[in-house]
Design a protein around this ligand. Structure first.
Ligand code: SAM
Length: 224
């Protein structure tokens, strides 16, 4: 199975578990990875869109026939067994992820990949007793992504404002990917600043924050 760069990073973060669910599974590749790697015995695949779920059902038809995969069309966690040990929610906005978790149940293990508003996901997880085991940015398939791996009831590390906004891993152990993302955001901010008719103070403050972080990140990457 050939995974995209983003999916291979995500799949490497998935853990062995008794029950797994891929919420908003679309193609179903992560569930195929879990099964073929022997990381779970049974899985649930769900999507709010019947058409999207069909793709995963086709990919996983042999496992469905065997009774090892249960497909369900549902909104968020509505049709997922509340005893599920590990849940993956990837490729959706952070607000949607927070809504899914708020309306559903809180599984012991979560792997989340919000497309935006990752800070809202961090705040939600910390407020609900999750320890964030992995929380960083990676570059794959010409885009930047955040990955957040959380475990309920684990030891919660302290989170500063910057950690909430940018990810704890990026602040503590900055990577070249994070530096590249800051470069892109600084460039975008400069363009906005030049063309902005309103909100210049906010853009200026944002730019200063990004430049400060970028300098610190580069200094750390050089080993100083
Ligand atoms: C961009 S795709 C991501 C697919 C896959 N998780 C991935 O990361 O490659 C987002 C999928 O989530 C589904 N989706 C969006 N909101 C949902 C919700 N509230 N509950 C279940 N599925 C949802 C969409 O139908 C779509 O198939």
């Amino acid at each position: 199975m050939k995974l995209t760069g983003r999916l291979s990073v995500l799949c490497k973060e998935l853990e062995s578990c008794t029950t797994f669910a891929d919420v908003g599974c679309d193609h179903g590749y992560c569930t195929l990875y879990m099964l073929e790697s022997g990381l779970c015995r049974t899985a649930q695949i769900s999507d709010i869109s019947e058409k999207s779920l069909k793709k995963a059902e086709t990919l996983l038809s042999a496992y469905i026939a065997e009774g090892r995969v249960r497909p369900v069309v549902c909104d968020g966690l509505a049709g997922i067994d509340s005893q599920t040990e590990q849940v993956l929610i990837a490729g959706m906005g952070g607000e949607e992820i927070v809504k899914i978790l708020s309306d559903g149940f809180l599984p012991p293990k979560l792997l989340l990949q919000p497309m935006k508003n990752a800070e809202k996901v961090r705040v939600f997880l910390l407020r609900h007793g999750y320890a964030l085991l992995r929380d960083h940015t990676f570059y794959a398939d010409k885009k930047f992504y955040d990955v957040i791996k959380a475990e309920r009831g684990g030891v919660q590390e302290e989170y500063s404002e910057d950690m909430l906004m940018f990810g704890r891993g990026n602040i503590l152990f900055p990577s070249a990917d994070f530096a590249k993302m800051l470069e892109r955001d600084i460039e975008r901010c400069r363009v906005w600043q030049e063309s902005a008719k309103e909100g210049r103070a906010e853009i200026c403050a944002r730019l200063q924050k990004l430049e400060g972080l970028y300098d610190e990140t580069c200094r750390r990457l050089r080993g100083h």
